[in-house]
Design a binder for this molecule. Structure first.
Ligand code: KG4
Ligand code: ZN
Length: 340
C-alpha cells in the first residue's frame, strides 16, 4: 500500500499532502501567498519562488507528522513539474527530488493539470473512465476526453483568456480586487437576472473551443453606459457569471454528444463556482448523465491531487531520471498512458 508525499508549488500556493492507495488521503496542508501578491494586482513570479522556499519545508514536516510517517517510510515523492512558473516549480521539484534521494525512494514529476483532472478521484464516489473532463482554472479552459489514466484527448480549449482569468479580469475591472473570481461570484448571487444580458461566445457555431476575452470588454462597455451604482455592479456580475456558466454548459453538452460518454467531471478553480455546478448538474441530469466534482478545497491548487497522481502512476512503476526538470508549458495529451 504505497504512501506518496505530494508537493505543489506551480504558482502562488505552497502545498504538501500524503496519499495512501489503500487508506486514501492521510494529510494535507496549504499556504496561500495570495495576500502578498494582491498589492501588485497579480502573481509576482520571483516573490512566489522565494515564498515557496520559506514555507514548503514546514508544510512537508507537518503533513508527515499528521500522517505519522517518517520520510523513509514513504514509497515515493510526487512533485508538480509543470505547467507553471519555472522559478516556483523549481522549488518544489528540487525539494521533492532531494527528499526522495535522501530517503532512497523514487521521485515522480507530475503534470499539474492531470492533478486537477483526477482530483475528483479523491472523493468517495469517484467517477470511472471514460468521462469528459472540463478543466476550468486560472490558466486553462479545456475539454478533455478521458479514456483511462494518461489517455487524454483534447476536444477543445480557450483560444484566449481562461475562464478563471476572465473572472479575475472582470472582477478587477469592477474594482473587486485580486484575485477577484470568488468575490465576483459572491456579488453575482446578489444581482438581478433581468437587467443585463451578455453574449455566449462561440456557441452559435460548431466546435468545442472557447473565447472569453470579449466578455470582459462587453462588461466594460455595459458598465460605462450604466448608472454605475452598486446595484448595477451586482446585476452586471450576475450577467457575466450567467454568460460563462451557460457557455460552459452548451460546450459540455456538445462534448457529451460528441463522445457518447455519460459522465462529466469538472475540475480546477472555477469548478468551485456554485452557479456553474448548479447549471451543469441540471444539464447532465436532464440527459440521464452525471456530473462529478472534487471537494471545494480540492478545486483550487493543492497537493492532495499531486500525491494522488503520484500514487496512481507509481503503481505502474513510471519512474523518472534523477535530473530536476520543470516545464512552463506542457501538453497534457503527451503524457504516457498507463495500462488499465
Ligand atoms: O485551479 P486554480 O487554483 O489555479 C490554476 O491552476 O490556475 O484556479 C484559480 C482560478 C482563479 O482564476 C480564481 O478566480 C478562480 O479559479 N475561482 C473562481 C471561484 N473560485 C476560484 N472563479 C469563479 N467562482 C469561484 N467560486
Ligand atoms: Zn491549478
Amino acid at each position: 500500500m504505497p504512501a506518496v508525499l505530494g508537493v505543489e508549488t506551480s504558482c502562488d500556493e505552497s502545498a504538501a499532502a500524503v496519499y495512501d492507495t489503500q487508506r486514501g488521503l492521510l494529510s494535507h496542508a496549504l499556504y496561500s501567498q495570495v495576500d502578498e501578491h494582491a498589492r501588485y494586482g497579480g502573481v509576482v513570479p520571483e516573490l512566489a519562488a522565494r515564498d515557496h522556499v520559506r514555507k514548503l519545508p514546514g508544510l512537508i514536516r507537518q503533513v508527515l507528522e499528521q500522517a505519522d510517517l517518517r520520510p523513509a517510510q514513504l514509497d515515493a515523492v510526487a512533485y508538480t513539474a509543470g505547467p507553471g512558473l519555472v522559478g516556483a516549480l523549481l522549488v518544489g521539484a528540487s525539494t521533492g527530488r532531494a527528499l526522495a534521494y535522501a530517503a532512497g525512494i523514487p521521485a515522480l514529476a507530475v503534470h499539474h493539470m492531470e492533478g486537477h483532472l483526477l482530483a475528483p478521484l479523491l472523493e468517495p464516489d469517484a467517477p470511472e473512465p471514460p468521462f469528459v473532463a472540463l478543466l476550468v482554472s486560472g490558466g486553462h479552459t479545456q475539454l478533455v476526453a478521458v479514456r483511462g489514466l494518461g489517455r487524454y484527448e483534447l476536444l477543445g480549449q480557450s483560444l484566449d483568456d481562461a475562464a478563471g482569468e476572465a473572472f479575475d479580469k472582470t472582477a478587477k475591472l469592477l474594482g473587486l480586487g485580486y484575485p477577484g473570481g470568488p468575490a465576483l461570484a459572491a456579488l453575482a448571487e446578489t444581482g438581478s437576472p433581468d437587467t443585463f444580458r451578455l453574449s455566449r461566445p462561440m456557441t452559435n457555431r460548431p466546435g468545442l473551443d472557447f473565447s472569453f476575452s470579449g466578455l470582459k470588454t462587453q462588461v466594460l462597455t455595459t458598465w460605462e453606459q450604466s448608472d454605475q451604482s452598486e446595484r448595477s455592479k451586482a446585476d452586471l456580475a450576475h450577467a457575466f457569471q450567467e454568460a460563462v456558466a451557460d457557455t460552459l454548459r452548451i460546450k459540455c453538452a456538445r462534448a457529451l454528444d460528441q463522445t457518447g460518454f455519460d459522465r462529466l467531471v469538472v475540475a480546477g478553480g472555477v469548478g468551485a463556482n456554485r452557479r456553474l455546478r448548479h447549471v451543469l448538474d441540471h444539464m447532465t441530469k436532464q440527459r440521464g448523465a452525471r456530473c462529478y466534482y472534487p471537494g471545494f478545497e480540492f478545486c483550487t491548487d493543492n497537493a492532495a491531487m499531486i500525491a494522488l497522481v503520484g500514487a496512481l502512476r507509481l503503481t505502474q512503476a513510471d519512474r523518472d531520471e534523477l535530473a530536476v526538470d520543470v516545464r512552463a508549458r506542457w501538453d497534457l495529451t503527451t503524457l504516457k498512458p498507463v495500462a488499465a
